[in-house]
Write a protein of this length. Structure first.
Length: 430
C-alpha cells in the first residue's frame, strides 16, 4: 500500500482514534528498543526458585523385554545324536502366539537326511542278518565235520587196538609197530576231541560277534524310526507358542537349524508370572540390588503402571549387540498379575535405588562448584554465594543436607556481578 494512501486513511479516522494511535505506537517502539538493547543475563537472573520440600527418590530407567518366569520347552528329537544326526532344519512351524492344546501340531522338521540314514541302516541290518545266518551255517558244517572226524578216529583207534592184540604172536618188530600205530591213533583221537572243543568255542564267538553287530544295527534302526516319528513335533501341554531364540538372539523360524545340543523349537510360557529382562550399564550396576522396587510401563500402553521387584543381578557383564560397553543382566519379576501381558513386550523399567523423606532439594542447574566448594547463589539482601552440602542426586535435582533453609530464594543461574562474592559458610538445613 502506498504512503499517500496511508495518510489519507489516517486522516479519515476520528480525532480520538488518531490520538490513541499516536500514543500507543511510540510506546510500543520504546518497549521494543528496550528489549533489543537489554542484557540477556539480567533477564535470566530473575529466575529464582525456593528449595522443594518433600520426598526425594533416585531411579534408574532401563528398557526391558517381558518373558515368562517359567515355561515348558517344545523340543525336537532328543535322540538325534544317538542316531548320528547333527543338524535338523525346520520345514514347517505354526504362527507365534498360537494357542495350542496338548498333542496338537507345532512344527515339522525336514526328514530327508533321517530318511536316507534309515535306508542305509535297513540295508546294514539286512547285510548283517545274512552274515549272521552264514556264520551259523558255517559253524554247523564245521562242527558236523569235526564230529564225523571224531567218529572216524574212534573207529581207527579200535582197529589199531585189535591189530595190537593180534600182534602178540608176531615178531617183536611187528608188535612194536602195532603199538606205535595204536598210540598214534589214541593221540589223534585225544587231539581231535580238544580241537572240537576249541572249534565249538570259535563258532560261538564268531556267531556272537556277528549277532552283536546285528543287534547294534537293529537298535540304531529302531532309534532312527523313533527319531523320524519325533520329526513331527507336538505340543507337550496346553499354552501359547513362543518361538525359541538362537545363540545370537534371533528367533527360530522356518529354515532355522536345530542341533542335538539345542533341540528347543519353541516354548509354552506360564503367563501367570512374568518378568522383564533388562540390561544395566557398568556405571549404574553398583546401585542395583535384589529386592529393590520397580515401576514398569508398557510401550504398548504407556498409561498402565505395573509393580515389580528386582530378583536377580548378574555378577558378570557381557557384550550385547549394538552396545559399546559391557552390560549386566537384571531380572525384574512383575508382582501384579495382568492378563494383557505377553512375552516379548517392551517395558520401561524405573528402578528405585534410593529415597529420602521430608528433605530439601534444588535443581541441578542451581548448584555450582568453585575450587572444590559446592555452593548456590542465594538472594539475601543482595547476591550471596552460599556453601551447601549435597546428599542424594538424581537426573534433575539434588538433596541439600546443609546450607539452605525452607523459603530461601535461590538463583537458577549465576546472577550478574556475583562471581567474586565470598562464599558463606554452611548453615543448618531442614
Amino acid at each position: 500500500m502506498k504512503i499517500p494512501q496511508l495518510f489519507l486513511r489516517f486522516s479519515l479516522l476520528s480525532r480520538r482514534s488518531r490520538i490513541l494511535i499516536s500514543i500507543v505506537i511510540p510506546a510500543l517502539l520504546i518497549v521494543l528498543l528496550f528489549l533489543m538493547t537489554s542484557d540477556g543475563v539480567d533477564a535470566s537472573s530473575d529466575l529464582i526458585i525456593t528449595p522443594a520440600i518433600g520426598d526425594f527418590s533416585v531411579t534408574i530407567t532401563t528398557t526391558g523385554e517381558l518373558q515368562a518366569k517359567s515355561s515348558i520347552e517344545i523340543k525336537g528329537p532328543e535322540q538325534a545324536r544317538a542316531a548320528g544326526i547333527w543338524q535338523m532344519k525346520i520345514s514347517n512351524l505354526i504362527a507365534e502366539g498360537t494357542v495350542v492344546k496338548k498333542g496338537e501340531f507345532v512344527a515339522e522338521l525336514d526328514k530327508a537326511e533321517v530318511a536316507n540314514r534309515l535306508k542305509e541302516s535297513e540295508l546294514s541290518v539286512q547285510k548283517l542278518d545274512a552274515q549272521y545266518t552264514q556264520a551259523k551255517l558255517d559253524s554247523t558244517l564245521a562242527l558236523s565235520q569235526a564230529r564225523d572226524e571224531l567218529i572216524n578216529l574212534q573207529y581207527s583207534l579200535e582197529e589199531k587196538k585189535i591189530i595190537l592184540e593180534q600182534s602178540t604172536y608176531e615178531a617183536p618188530a611187528v608188535q612194536r609197530q602195532a603199538q606205535i600205530d595204536h598210540d598214534r591213533a589214541r593221540r589223534s583221537l585225544a587231539q581231535a576231541k580238544k580241537n572240537y572243543v576249541t572249534k565249538t568255542k570259535q563258532s560261538i564267538a564268531k556267531i556272537q560277534a556277528v549277532e552283536a553287530d546285528l543287534r547294534k544295527e537293529q537298535q540304531r534302526m529302531a532309534i532312527m524310526v523313533d527319531v523320524m516319528k519325533q520329526f513331527t513335533i507336538l505340543a507337550p501341554a496346553d499354552g501359547m507358542v513362543v518361538y525359541a531364540r538362537e545363540w545370537n538372539g534371533k528367533k527360530k523360524v522356518v529354515g532355522a537349524t536345530l542341533s542335538p545340543w539345542e533341540p528347543t523349537v519353541a516354548t509354552l510360557p506360564d503367563l501367570t508370572t512374568m518378568e522383564s529382562i533388562t540390561y544395566v550399564n557398568e556405571v549404574d550396576i553398583q546401585k542395583i540390588a535384589v529386592g529393590q522396587p520397580v515401576t514398569l510401563r508398557l510401550d504398548a500402553d504407556p498409561n498402565k503402571k505395573l509393580a515389580g521387584t528386582v530378583t536377580n543381578v548378574a555378577n558378570i557383564g557381557e557384550q550385547r549387540p549394538n552396545s559399546d560397553s559391557k552390560v549386566f543382566e537384571v531380572r525384574i519379576v512383575v508382582t501384579a498379575q495382568d492378563t494383557t501381558l505377553r512375552p516379548a513386550m517392551t517395558t520401561a523399567n524405573e528402578i528405585l535405588v534410593a529415597s529420602a523423606a521430608n528433605v530439601l532439594s534444588v535443581p541441578l542447574e542451581a548448584i555450582h562448584t568453585d575450587q572444590g566448594v559446592t555452593f548456590v547463589y542465594l538472594k539475601k539482601g543482595g547476591v550471596v554465594r552460599q556453601a551447601v552440602t549435597l546428599g542424594l542426586q538424581n537426573e534433575n535435582a539434588a538433596v541439600v543436607t546443609a546450607g539452605l533453609r525452607p523459603g530461601d530464594a535461590v538463583y537458577l543461574s549465576p546472577p550478574p556481578g556475583a562471581g567474586e562474592a565470598p562464599i558463606n559458610p554452611l548453615q543448618a538445613s531442614l
